[in-house]
Structure formats: C-alpha cells, structure tokens
Design a protein around this ligand. Structure first.
Ligand SMILES: [Zn+2]
Length: 70
C-alpha cells in the first residue's frame, strides 16, 4: 500500500497560470491561500489576492483569453 499513488503534479502545471497577470502559479500555494476561483466550470488559480479580486470583478475578460473553444 502506497500513500502517494498517482498524484502527478505535472499535469496540473499547464493550467496553473494566473489568467490576470499570466504568471505561473504554484497550485499548492494557491489552494493553501485560497487563491482560486471557479468560472464556467473551470478553475483558475491566482498568484495573489489582487489578481483574484480583479478576476472576480470581470471574469469574462480573463476567462476567455486563455483558450479558444471550437
Ligand atoms: Zn497574478
């Protein structure tokens, strides 16, 4: 029995970019400080509370910027 089974952090890294300032975000720190927000069934991580507040102020301005959908 192993505790750390298949927790692959590398998969998460790609999506762990602050959508506001586009800085890479450490998921562990983001969750620890609750620098996360969910919008349109997607979760976003932030480098700081300022970026989180900015995102929550106008989520559509940042949420659509990342990836275009077909
Ligand atoms: Zn930021």
């Amino acid at each position: 029995m192993t505790i750390d089974e298949t927790f692959d952090a590398e998969i998460l890294v790609e999506s762990s970019v602050d959508p506001v300032c586009e800085s890479p975000v450490d998921p562990d720190e983001a969750y620890e400080h609750e620098l996360t927000a969910t919008f349109a069934d997607r979760e976003y991580l932030f480098c700081s509370i300022d970026c989180k507040r900015e995102f929550e102020r106008k989520p559509t301005a940042y949420a659509v910027a990342g990836r275009s959908q077909p």
